[in-house]
Design a protein around this ligand. Structure first.
Ligand code: 5GP
Ligand code: ZN
Length: 114
């Protein structure tokens, strides 16, 4: 594991390729993959290649890429409407304690899932 990653973290293991994932893209600083329990087709997660529970502990250079990546993903998925969601802390419904940003497409209900 690189020195910014944590041996006991599932998202660090995904970054490291020890746990399989459906990768969308990666940069030097961030990794982008499909959520295993999508709330809509194309539900994507963006994670910094820097282990931290909390967003306020992630260096700004990682965070600076998140919105540009979200824009690309929304375009690639072909959705106009979408939510960007970041649950930061247990009370805020965070379940995986490696900072992550959800990109969740929102479509008309007649179009099916999401
Ligand atoms: P949270 O509730 O912490 O904001 O979101 C955690 C997200 O990570 C959930 O949407 C969940 O489906 C997703 N997730 C948890 N474990 C895995 C995994 O092993 N692989 C992938 N691709 N997604 C995961
Ligand atoms: Zn981690």
């Amino acid at each position: 594991m690189s020195n910014h990653l944590n041996d006991d973290c599932i998202f660090c293991k995904i970054i490291n390729g020890e746990i399989p994932s459906f990768k969308i893209l990666e940069t030097e600083l961030n990794y982008v993959f499909l959520d295993i329990g999508p709330t809509a087709e194309g539900h994507t997660l963006i994670i910094p290649k820097y282990h931290s529970n909390r967003m306020d502990e992630v260096p700004d250079k990682y965070l600076a890429e998140i919105l540009p990546l979200a824009k690309k993903i929304a375009k690639a998925i072909g959705c106009v409407d979408y939510n960007i969601l970041q649950n930061n802390g247990k009370i805020a419904f965070q379940h995986v304690f490696h900072v992550h940003f959800h990109v969740i497409p929102k479509r008309n209900e007649e179009e099916g899932l999401g």
